[in-house]
Write a protein that binds this ligand. Structure first.
Ligand code: PXP
Length: 246
């Protein structure tokens, strides 16, 4: 790590554990146990997305995790008033505002910060008023980054899905977009996070972007965990990230 850069952190998204539990509407696998294992593996934060349709994480999971885990909980959420009410009651350390569509398999694309602007601004203000660090999940687009700063967000989480899906020369272009958005965001006083579609291979070029302070990763870690367990799967990703920190 250079003297001027901060260590990069790893947030682990454990929604898939709840997806498996909800497939049987059963007690197992335990989302809390998964979070504690992820912590043991070196997770710096735990992320869960309380979706409006409650397809995986349930309200009770959010409250239990906040009470029982040691690292910060990052609550991914839409700006719906119903979800905001729960977030304000639960008061996680961090919240990441994302767009949400009922039919999507996972979050598709970043927020358009120019849509529902008043609701968005009120949501950021209400959460920030409770000392929740609010990040806005956006695509690496200049006007979205500028708007995030104007809205008074603590951080942006740059959507890395297009980068993860790109091939050949397009991958370089996507990387450049992320780099530029990260630089601009930092200049504007935002903390920079990144996530979506990242895995044990495609994370490497992103580690070269000094402005990115945190990666939020779910699918690849939980997939790997099926074969090696959650703690080790997290540990392996953390080792990749830490190698850059040292
Ligand atoms: N960040 C955000 C805002 C997300 O919506 C997701 C997916 O839930 C992730 C990160 C993690 O993405 P993945 O599961 O592809 O690692």
């Amino acid at each position: 790590m250079t003297a001027s850069s901060s260590p990069k952190k790893l947030g682990v998204n454990i929604d898939h554990v709840a997806t498996l539990r909800q497939a049987r509407l059963a007690e197992e696998p335990s989302v809390l146990e998964a979070a504690l294992d992820a912590e043991q593996g070196g997770a710096d934060s735990i992320t869960v997305h309380l979706r409006e349709d409650r397809r995986h994480i349930q309200d009770a999971d959010v409250f239990e995790l906040i009470e029982k885990i040691y690292v910060p909980l990052n609550l991914e959420m839409s700006i719906s008033p119903e979800i905001l009410k729960i977030a304000l009651k639960a008061c996680p350390e961090k919240a990441c505002l994302v767009p949400e569509k009922r039919q999507e398999l996972t979050t598709e694309g970043g927020l358009n910060l120019f849509s529902k602007r008043k609701q968005l601004a009120d949501t950021v203000e209400a959460l920030s008023g409770k000392e929740v660090q609010v990040s806005l999940f956006i695509d690496p687009i200049e006007k979205q980054v500028r708007e995030a700063a104007r809205l008074g967000a603590y951080a942006i989480e740059i959507h890395t899905g297009s980068y993860a899906n790109a091939r050949g020369a397009q991958k370089e272009k996507e990387l450049l977009r992320i780099r530029k958005a990260a630089q601009l965001g930092k200049e504007l006083g935002l903390k920079i996070h990144a996530g979506h579609g990242l895995n044990y291979e495609n994370i490497f070029p992103l580690l070269e972007i000094p402005e990115i302070l945190e990666f939020n990763i779910g699918h690849s870690i939980i997939s790997r965990a099926m074969f090696v367990g959650i703690a080790r799967a997290v540990q392996e990703m953390k080792k990749i990230i830490q190698a850059k920190n040292n």
